[in-house]
Design a protein around this ligand. Sequence first.
Ligand SMILES: O=C(O)[C@@H](O)[C@@H](O)[C@H](O)[C@H](O)CO
Ligand SMILES: [Mg+2]
Length: 403
Amino acid sequence: MKITSARVIVCSPGRNFVTLKIETDEGLTGLGDATLNGRELAVASYLQDHVIPCLIGRDPQQIEDIWQYLYKGAYWRRGPVTLSAIAAVDTALWDIKAKAANMPLYQLLGGKSRSKIMVYCHANGRDISHTVEEVLRHAEMGYTAIRAQSGVPGLDKVYGVGKGTTFYEPADADLPSEHDWSTEKYLRHTPKLFDAVREKIGWDHHLLHDAHHRLTPIEAARLGKDLEPYRLFWLEDLTPAENQEAFKLIRQHTTTPLAVGEVFNTIWDCKDLIQNQLIDYIRTTVVHAGGITHMRRIADFASLYQVRTGSHGATDLSPVCMGAALHFDLWVPNFGIQEHMPHNEETEAVFPHAYTFDRGFMYPGDVPGHGVDIDEALAAKYPYQRAYLPVNRLQHDGTLTSW
Ligand SMILES: O=C(O)[C@@H](O)[C@@H](O)[C@H](O)[C@H](O)CO
Ligand SMILES: [Mg+2]
């Protein structure tokens, strides 16, 4: 079999997506997600101008060789742009291989390790009472795991809290919007949020929270300690994880489980966190961590240290990523949980898919491949619209800080 052509499809059905489509001389095609929120065109160009010329004529069945060729052959290794591009190729090739074998991707990976996939949703509110209402509403929908994020008194806008619509989309402006941030206000407020949520929802639901890289290690330790009475399923991205050692300090102070990794791109970004048991869940996902091939390496390494997967699944990861991730989730032995933010109607129409959601659990479907397609004619009706993620500045003096 040979790759005869490949093209990048950029569309914006409510938000931007970058999709790679690979075609073969046997009529089989494969899709990969290459979306990098706020830097989409960098990946589109990396694929179009540097990767696709190297793919034409290659045997699409040689997934591993192509992965190594694109990773080592680039010379400049790692990073979100490179690994999102490699991920798109890898995912498309696994899609083709599973279609050629006439089996759903999870079968090719090793078959089912579970009957369905537990997912967690986002319950966001402008204040504590609105967030509690949203948590209860999502519990009614059947979710057994619910992430709670609320507005913070004294702060105008914070990560994770939408403008009252169902679909929270942080990339909201043609240039980065600037939000005020106060760690003190956030640390005072968040324990009150979970006290109120636990009071109302009881103990039969998993609760999660995303600190979104905004704390220093000692502030992170403080939050982890303050939230211990509420038995969270995990606290995510407590502090920027470039310095993996920072998590030693957090670990010394709290037993709240820790999740990190949605911004990671290779096993090297998380090797020390995993082997030193500094985290409990690894959040890498198919589109930003080199595709199925590299995700398997990360998951197998994590399993040696009883670290479980908890893949990122925000709406800025396309249904192609979600579809491939669900096949991975069905197979991976050390599965923890899958993030699930439903895409809007336009996106669902552009990306028809076999995966389903049913009362807090998902299933990838049993069609050959990863089960996600793209309606190119419809995609063309939604042209790219530049959009940036916000930045944060400290409220008291304007210092630029993590969003
Ligand atoms: O855990 C999450 O879902 C968030 O961290 C993401 O929504 C993140 O803010 C976006 O993916 C950024 O594009
Ligand atoms: Mg996150």
